[in-house]
Ligand binder design. Sequence first.
Ligand code: ATP
Length: 445
Amino acid sequence: MDKIVSLCKRRGFIFQSSEIYGGLASTWDYGPLGAELKRNLKEAWWRSNVYERDDIEGLDASILMHPMTWMASGHVTSFEDTLADCKSCKKRFKVEHLVKNKCPECGGDVTEPRQFNLMLKTYLGAVENEASLTYLRPETAQGIFVNFQNVVNASRKKIPFGIAQIGKAFRNEVTTGNFTFRSREFEQMEIEFFVKPGTDEEWYKKWVEDRFDWYIKFGIKKENLRKRPHEKHELAHYAKSCTDIEYKFPFSTKGARLPDGQGSASGGGWSELEGIANRTDFDLKQHMNLSTKDLQYFDEETRERYIPYVIEPSGGIDRSILAFLTDSYREEKVKDEKRVVLGLHRKLAPIKAAILPLLKNRDEIVKIGKSLAADLRKSMRVMYDDTASIGRLYRRQDEIGTPYCITVDVESLTDKKVTVRDRDSMKQDRVSLPQVKEYLLEKFE
Ligand code: ATP
């Protein structure tokens, strides 16, 4: 993990927020490469779930919502962590992670458990009082529920159908740490998939498989991913069933929920990337009661009116990024030299191709490289770099996961071809200049 954290800072994936002031605990900024990776991840998720299906619509709801929303969802009354501090090592744990009421790390005695509400408060308008109090949303889901009727009316979608949203969420987490794994401001990618009651468990199972496969498709190694159904006592107040997709992170899982016998709170590493829950009709029913608006769905075929059940695949962008970075990191020996590679999936890689002129003092070579870069830029994110020897340039690109490096050499002047090197196999292809773009685009399809 230390290697990932250091790579992230050095190469500009992730920085500590407000670092020049000593940092703000558990908040993070994405640097130039991190911003690209994040965009690519969101794009991959949106494409898979919205564009490649015909039963999901997108939404972009605001972060600030009417405070009644959070009364209805149950967050005001029950979005709490119960925590206890270890009297010996001073670390703080959720009570469900204590081992026989002792510290899971050092076995020491712990303090009386205390309740913490995780909602971040804010005030709207000029006067700070109860009437102006609202919250920074702790999940994006509620923006979807309160817009359910709007989306049905506007899109004329028939059940089963879903609404997808990517956006910021805020939680005043008390047990933080492990880099970006649990932060106070983070992004979620959530789908609320509305189904007819009675078909809910079937859809739930489908979504668990679908979401598991998605992470594998984008490069997570199978042995590092697992599905963990929740025990009854772990279920959130709104859930009938829930399965976590867990990734085997290379750090202590302090603060993550681990059932008995599945790893320890100080070693296992298995932690939630995404939860798929059967939320039943809990949320729509609650909003219907508190808003007194009819949120039932009318099935034109059967002439039935009912409140749909909801299956919710809810994942974190930041946790996924951490998992993709960790999973793709590898160190290899090439001709007795260490090669660090981020083997990111091509769709996720921040830079798709790097153009590297072999001789930066030969104007004709530089000219070819720069004009190739300018042309490729219209279709993908590329980088032009001539600031080191070719060996160094390759290493730099391998380390940030650039799938293709293109070198322009003396021969290019006569044969009008360039060499395209594949990051993983290191195999080289000689490609004619006018065909480079097509060659690359084909690889990215
Ligand atoms: P945990 O118990 O690990 O904090 P959770 O069960 O509270 O997670 P959910 O409410 O199910 O999380 O949120 C859905 C997803 O949002 C999680 O799977 C995770 O990827 C992401 N997420 C939740 N809280 C955080 C956080 N504090 N920082 C980063 N990502 C988060």
